[in-house]
Design a protein around this ligand. Structure first.
Ligand SMILES: C[S@@+](CC[C@H](N)C(=O)[O-])C[C@H]1O[C@@H](n2cnc3c(N)ncnc32)[C@H](O)[C@@H]1O
Length: 277
């Protein structure tokens, strides 16, 4: 735990499935002291926004996400004004949503793309960031009564990002930057809960079991050089076996999670933190 007196949690400005905003206290208490935090699977940045390291590497394989962060930090006011225009009653309609989604998929203009990405994130179904085989954003309209324009959260992000380096990269590339004195927090796409423990060749969101194994190996390698790595995942027989074989300490807990499309159905599911140190 690097700082016992922390301000109230900073909310990410993006909705992000698997976002760790509600788990930051638990994650913070598993993370050790260090000079710099590396987040190879940064997503909405909930952990980076809520930890007090001197420097950060905020990395993710999603290019739209990292381009948005870079633009926000370099030209925040301009981007906030460009996206504000997209949060109007007229733009919260199905036909406009699909027209703006098409514009996003067709434009190379980076400020417009960044503004549209914020719009899509807050107006699409559940904040899901999903692409078709040709790379087009294809999440359907979300039908929210009045999507929140996250100006304060964007300003909070800019304030926290002064000591952050943003990079679009696969986890191998960002983890390769780790040096003595760094701490690494990994939040990969989770393994499905519904598979049996022995079924390890499935594919999920482009991140398959081989990737989970490679990540555990990299974590083990960094820990052997004195660099702490903490990994989040579902708590399953397979993930426990994977991380404990690689030498990690496991902290299991349960969280209430929406597990079906029915928003009244929130069940408790098991998650874990695997601590390699
Ligand atoms: C569970 S989410 C992370 C959520 C994040 N901790 C938060 O609080 O918002 C997983 C992230 O991993 C990214 N990702 C998927 N495959 C990746 C890969 N091979 N390398 C790096 N990032 C990847 C996704 O784009 C996604 O943002």
């Amino acid at each position: 735990m690097q700082n016992p007196v922390l301000p109230p949690p900073v909310r990410p400005f993006l909705k992000w499935p698997g976002g760790k905003y509600r788990l930051v206290d638990r994650i913070r208490s598993a993370l050790g002291a260090g000079r710099r935090l590396i987040e190879p699977f940064a997503g909405s940045g909930a952990v980076f926004l809520n930890t007090n390291y001197g420097h950060f590497i905020v990395a993710d394989s999603n290019l739209d996400l990292i381009d948005l962060y870079t633009r926000l930090v370099n030209a925040g006011n301009e981007l906030i004004e460009a996206s504000r225009e997209l949060f109007q009653p007229e733009t919260n309609q199905s036909a406009r949503y699909y027209a703006l989604r098409e514009e996003f998929n067709g434009t190379r203009h980076s400020r417009r793309r960044a503004a549209l990405f914020i719009y899509l994130n807050r107006h699409c179904y559940n904040g899901l960031c999903r692409y078709n085989a040709s790379g087009g954003f294809n999440t359907p309209f979300g039908r929210y009564r009045r999507p929140h324009f996250p100006e304060l959260e964007m300003r909070g992000f800019i304030a926290r990002a002064q000591h952050a380096r943003f990079m679009q990269a696969g986890f191998e590339e960002s983890m390769a930057l780790a040096r003595h004195g760094d701490v690494v927090y990994c939040d990969p796409p989770y393994t499905p809960l519904s598979r049996t423990a022995h079924f390890t060749d499935y594919h999920t969101g482009g991140f398959d079991w081989k990737d989970q194994e490679r990540l555990a190996q990299l974590a083990q390698g960094l820990a052997s050089r004195g660099i702490q790595v903490v990994i989040s995942n579902h708590d399953t027989v397979a993930t426990r076996a994977l991380y404990s074989t690689a030498g990690a300490r496991i902290e299991g807990f349960t969280v209430r999670r929406l597990i079906s499309c029915d928003i009244r159905r929130r069940d408790r599911v098991g998650e874990l933190l695997a601590v390699f140190d």
